[in-house]
Write a protein that binds this ligand. Structure first.
Ligand code: AVJ
Length: 322
């Protein structure tokens, strides 16, 4: 644990490049080749994701914001006040600011894998909300998350906006929701943002923005592997490919080799033919019914939900079932 200045605490739960190395080597040795999307978020990737959120085609962020702003009082009214507010994968900690004044939690626990961004974000929150206890935890939330030294007076509310639940395969999403239920504990609650199924043009455009930021975000993964894992990806020889797979109900992002090539990653050689892809992300889209079923399997009872007028996106409030 490090003390950052005077007003917040910073914990590092895991920092492990060899795990990154192992997952890349394993993932590229698989058929189909895949790399877990959590590795998008180095410092550059986190900044690119922030930029994606500002692209006009990427509706999830702006839609979720408008829901949170419009309903912050109602949400706080239903979610309660004075709780310990835990945000796994907090990113820049901006969304939570729509709720803090209305909710008045006793403590805020932002958790994220992106170290530099977490430091900045936690410092910013601590500065702007001097009544709030901030405990930042640098950790991979897909690992078992043991949260250090969190004050546990007051019930816990887990805040999981951004529809990142969509990154998990549905079965894994149930497991992850169970983890969130464990973190929330008895009597705890979950406020979660979920991207809903909608017309395919809207979905496809959101992952193929005209400015090419999503493409750059996707390709940054190869730049990162080159930087950190002693690899020689020719990043110009891979194309961003993103599309809605309607059968599976998910957006898929791929990096597709434009020619036959060999890539060296720390001494491991990988052959690519033209058209061979690396599956870098799935982003599942749910119907209200399918998400209710998922949450129910994980042991959550529905309390309330808030949505936009187009029904593009939904914020759900759940309670951990007794
Ligand atoms: C952060 C997982 C919610 O799936 O929409 C955005 C990530 N990838 N554009 C999403 C992402 C490409 C995003 N999540």
């Amino acid at each position: 644990m490090t003390s950052m200045g005077t007003d917040f605490r910073f914990y590092t739960a895991n920092e492990n490049t060899s795990e990154f190395y192992r997952e890349v080597i394993d993932g590229l040795s698989n058929t189909p080749r895949r790399i877990p999307p959590k590795y998008f978020y180095d410092e550059t990737g986190a900044a690119l994701f922030e930029s994606i959120c500002e692209q006009p085609e990427y509706y999830p962020t702006s839609t979720e914001y408008s829901i949170l702003r419009e309903h912050s009082k109602a949400i706080a009214g239903r979610a309660g006040t004075g709780q310990v507010l835990i945000e796994p994968g907090c990113g820049s900690c901006e969304k939570v600011t729509t709720l803090l004044d209305a909710m008045r939690p006793v403590a805020y626990v932002p958790v994220d894998i992106s170290r530099e961004q977490l430091q900045l974000a936690a410092a910013h929150i601590a500065e702007n909300y001097d009544w709030l206890d901030v405990h930042a935890v640098c950790a991979d939330i897909t690992d078992s998350l043991n949260l250090p030294e969190i004050p546990d007076d007051g019930h816990r509310l887990v805040f999981y906006p951004g529809s990142s639940i969509g990154n998990f395969e549905p079965d894994d999403a149930v497991d992850f929701l169970r983890t969130l239920a464990d973190i929330a504990g008895e009597g705890g609650r979950l406020l979660i943002g979920v991207d809903l199924q909608k017309d395919h043009d809207t979905l496809n455009a959101a992952y193929n923005d005209a400015n090419g930021v999503t493409a750059e975000f996707n390709l940054n993964l190869l730049h990162r592997i080159n930087r950190e894992l002693d690899a020689d990806f020719d990043t110009d020889a891979f194309d961003h490919h993103a599309f809605y797979n309607s059968l599976a109900g998910r957006i898929e992002m791929h990096l597709v080799s434009v020619r036959r090539q060999t890539v060296n990653i720390g001494g491991h050689l990988f052959e690519f033919s033209a058209g061979d892809s690396i599956h870098t992300e799935s982003s599942y889209k749910y119907t209200r019914a399918s998400f209710m079923t998922l949450a129910g399997k994980a042991g959550f009872d529905p309390l309330d939900s808030w949505s936009d007028t187009d029904d593009y996106f939904c914020m759900y409030l759940f309670r951990v079932a007794a």
